[in-house]
Ligand binder design. Structure first.
Ligand SMILES: Nc1ncnc2c1ncn2[C@@H]1O[C@H](COP(=O)(O)OP(=O)(O)O)[C@@H](O)[C@H]1O
Ligand SMILES: Cc1cn([C@H]2C[C@H](O)[C@@H](COP(=O)(O)OP(=O)(O)O)O2)c(=O)[nH]c1=O
Length: 229
C-alpha cells in the first residue's frame, strides 16, 4: 500500500513553509519518518521554465501566459521531483509533506479564466494531465491555511524586506485577490481541510496553528491505520 501525501496550500505568505516544517518536526518527534518536498522545486533544473515565468520573461503580468502553458511548467517540475526524489519512498508507505502541489496550479492558473465553463474545463484537463498522464499521486489530505489577504500581503512584504524578492504573482494584488477567492471555492469543491490562521483579525501564533494542523493529521493517520488492519 502506498504512503500518504499531505499538501499545504494557501495564498502567498500564508505560512505554508513555516507550518510544513513544523509538521515535519512534530511527526519526526513522534517517531515517524517523513519526507518534505516543496513546489516549485527551485533547487532543481526542472524549475527553469517556472523561474522564467515568475521572473516575467514571458510577460510582466500573470495573464500574459496562457494557463495551459504555465501549468505545464509547474507540472513537469513536479514530475521531475516525484521521479527523482520521492516516488520510491512514497510507494513504500512513506509520509510525504508537500508545500504546494497540483492544487496550486488549480487555484493560481484557474483564476486566469473568468468564465465558469472555461474554469471547469481547465480543472478537468489539469487533473487528467497531472494525475493520469504524468502519473503523479493524488493528495490524501490538503490543508488550506486560511489567511485574509491583508495579512498575507503584509507577511510577503516583510519577507521581501528581509531579503527575498516579489515574483510576478506577488506583484499583482488583483491577481492575489482572485487567488484568495479561488481558494475558498476549491476548498469547498474538493473537501480541503481549512485551518483558520487568524483570530479576531490578528494572525494566530505559529504554535497554535501547528496544533490545529497536527490534530487533522493525527485523525488522518488513525483512519489510515484502521484501514490497514
Ligand atoms: N503564524 C505566524 N505569525 C507570524 N509570522 C508568521 C506566521 N507564519 C508565518 N509567518 C512569517 O510570515 C512569512 C511568510 O510565511 P511562509 O511560511 O514563508 O509562507 P508561504 O510559504 O505560505 O509563502 C515568513 O516570514 C514567516 O516567518
Ligand atoms: C507549485 C505551484 C505554484 N504556483 C504559483 C503560486 C505562487 O504564486 C508562485 C510561486 O510559488 P511559491 O514560491 O511557493 O510562492 P510563496 O512562497 O510566495 O507562497 O507559483 C502555481 O501557479 N502552480 C503551481 O503548481
Amino acid at each position: 500500500m502506498h504512503g500518504l501525501l499531505i499538501v499545504f496550500e494557501g495564498i502567498d505568505g500564508s505560512g505554508k513553509a513555516t507550518q510544513s516544517a513544523e509538521l515535519v518536526k512534530r511527526l519526526n518527534d513522534a517517531g515517524r519518518q517523513v519526507m518534505h518536498v516543496s513546489f516549485p522545486d527551485y533547487d532543481s533544473p526542472s524549475s527553469a521554465l517556472v523561474k522564467m515565468y515568475l521572473h516575467g520573461d514571458f510577460g510582466k503580468n500573470p495573464s500574459d501566459v496562457n494557463p495551459y502553458a504555465s501549468s505545464l511548467f509547474y507540472a513537469l517540475d513536479r514530475f521531475a521531483s516525484y521521479r527523482t526524489k520521492w516516488k520510491d519512498f512514497y510507494q513504500q508507505g512513506g509520509i510525504v509533506i508537500a508545500d504546494r502541489y497540483t492544487t496550486s496550479n488549480m487555484v493560481h492558473q484557474m483564476t486566469k479564466f473568468d468564465d465558469e465553463q472555461e474554469r471547469a474545463q481547465f480543472l478537468e484537463w489539469l487533473e487528467k494531465t497531472e494525475y493520469t498522464e504524468l502519473e503523479l499521486p493524488k493528495p490524501d489530505c490538503v490543508i488550506l491555511l486560511d489567511v485574509p489577504l491583508t495579512i498575507s500581503e503584509k507577511l510577503v512584504k516583510e519577507r521581501a524586506v528581509r531579503g527575498g524578492s516579489m515574483d510576478i504573482h506577488e506583484q499583482h494584488i488583483d491577481y492575489l485577490r482572485r487567488c484568495h477567492a479561488a481558494y475558498q471555492i476549491l476548498c469547498q469543491k474538493y473537501g480541503w481541510r481549512r485551518v483558520e490562521c487568524t483570530h479576531e483579525g490578528a494572525i494566530r501564533s505559529i504554535h497554535d496553528i501547528a496544533n490545529d494542523v497536527f490534530c487533522e493529521i493525527q485523525t488522518l493517520l488513525a483512519t489510515k491505520a484502521q484501514e490497514e488492519k
